[in-house]
Design a protein around this ligand. Structure first.
Ligand code: PMP
Length: 417
């Protein structure tokens, strides 16, 4: 096998290099961490740990500096200003912060310009992860707005034309994923953001599967809000980001409130700090922020253009491996079409969970199930798919191992007769 551009990085990942022959093809669920991230978290915990933005001690000052430096790094990584990066627990939490804030705005709790109500429409796609669907269902229920969606086809794909056809002056918000965690479809974000802006709608981008894999410039893409999680991009669990354009974040009511996020509090009311701190009530995930900063440093050193090239190469290899097996149906873009570094598929006559168990017995970790996208799977006509996903430490050999194991799976379960 020819060496691939990032092959050297495997040694940096104890979760990959330290597991012998095991093949990890579940990075779309969560990514392994490099030593640099593990060391940053441990080093901070040993020497600099303290609460941030509280009190005036030297320890707090140093921890706050590390915390805010991490924010600057993440902001630069995605083309945002520091005030536009709000720490959240994960992408799910970030999306709930937007939906909850818009719900509050609709009830007269601030941010009147952002209020949504009866007659308004919220537009999503049928391919969304539940994290980018259920908060909008709830927002529609709370405000009397109508939830509409762009349908997907037999392969789980939707088109910008179908999305455009559903935009109107009634559209208040368009929420969609940059990269689908099931099909790997990459959406033309800038076009959609411009079309939404033309009808006066806000855009919310689920960037969970794009921030790890594509060079991302949220400012240039022109979306209003975006969400992503550190744990899918070489960072720790427990921290994610809500991105918002600064003027919108300063208006959006904070859906979670408490200490640290305020200026003045009386017994009747509270005034909130400007963004990002107005959203960051409570003791913050400081160690996780430091680890996240180290993760984006690491990705920046690799160069996101190389990360993307590596991902595209492995995507092609995954697609070829899966399509070569008789009786295996690939979902998502066709072979040769652009997609992110993942492939989901259905094995005729074998349940995805059996496929997953069969692969696991051969040392190959994949993900099976509905991948938090039940409506999409319903449309695909299956309760579950098997998903193999790659990242910077994935080698061509890993994909080849999957391909040869898949070649045996139908015979093993007697499904080839
Ligand atoms: N959206 C997409 C597209 C995802 O892949 C995921 C993670 N599976 C999420 C949202 C939710 O991310 P988290 O669980 O980190 O909040």
């Amino acid at each position: 096998t020819p060496p691939h551009p990032l092959v050297d990085v495997r040694a940096d990942f104890p979760g990959v290099a330290g597991r012998g022959d095991r093949v990890y093809l579940d990075s779309a669920a969560t990514a392994q961490r490099p030593e640099a991230v593990i060391a940053a978290e441990a080093g901070f915990t040993r020497s600099d740990y303290a609460a941030v933005h509280r009190g005036s001690s030297m320890a707090t000052g140093e921890a706050t500096f590390a915390f805010e430096t991490a924010r600057e790094k993440v902001a630069a990584f995605v083309g945002a200003g520091e005030r536009e990066i709000v720490w959240a627990e994960n992408a799910t939490d970030a999306l709930n912060l937007v939906a909850g804030g818009l719900s509050d705005a609709s009830r007269g709790l601030g941010g009147e310009r952002l209020a949504i109500g009866e007659g308004d429409e919220i537009l999503v796609t049928e391919a969304e992860h539940h994290a980018n669907l259920i908060p909008w269902q709830r927002l529609a229920r709370r405000t009397g707005a109508t939830l509409r969606w762009v349908p997907v086809d037999d392969r789980g794909l939707w088109t910008v034309d179908d999305l455009r056809a559903r935009l109107s002056p009634r559209t208040a918000l368009v929420a969609f994923s940059h990269v689908s965690n099931v099909t790997g479809l990459i959406a033309p974000v800038a076009d959609i953001a411009a079309a939404a802006r033309d009808v006066g709608a806000l855009t919310v981008l689920d960037a969970c599967q794009s921030a790890p894999h594509l060079p991302l410039d949220l400012g240039a893409l022109g979306v209003d809000f975006a969400a992503f999680s550190a744990h899918k991009m070489l960072g720790p669990t427990g921290i994610g980001v809500l991105y918002g354009r600064a003027e919108l974040l300063d208006e959006l009511p904070p859906a979670r409130t408490g200490g640290s996020a305020i200026t003045t509090v009386t017994m009747e009311d509270a005034e909130f700090l400007p963004s990002p701190h107005r959203f960051e009530a409570g003791t913050q995930p400081v160690t996780q922020a430091v680890g996240f900063g180290a993760a984006v440093d690491y990705l920046t050193r690799l160069d996101m253009r190389d990360v993307r090239a590596h991902g595209a190469e492995l995507a092609g290899r995954l697609v070829d491996a899966v399509s070569a097996v008789p009786g295996v149906r690939l979902v998502g873009p066709r072979p040769g079409e652009d997609r992110a570094a993942l492939a989901s598929f259905v094995v005729d006559g074998v349940h995805a969970h059996d496929v997953g168990q069969f692969l696991d017995d051969r040392g190959i970790t994949v993900r099976t199930g509905h991948h938090c996208a039940q409506p999409l799977h319903r449309r695909l006509g299956t309760a579950a798919t098997t998903r193999a996903s790659a990242y910077v430490y994935t080698a061509p050999d890993d994909v080849d191992a999957l391909g040869s194991a898949l070649g045996e799976v139908r015979a093993f379960f007697g499904a080839d007769r």
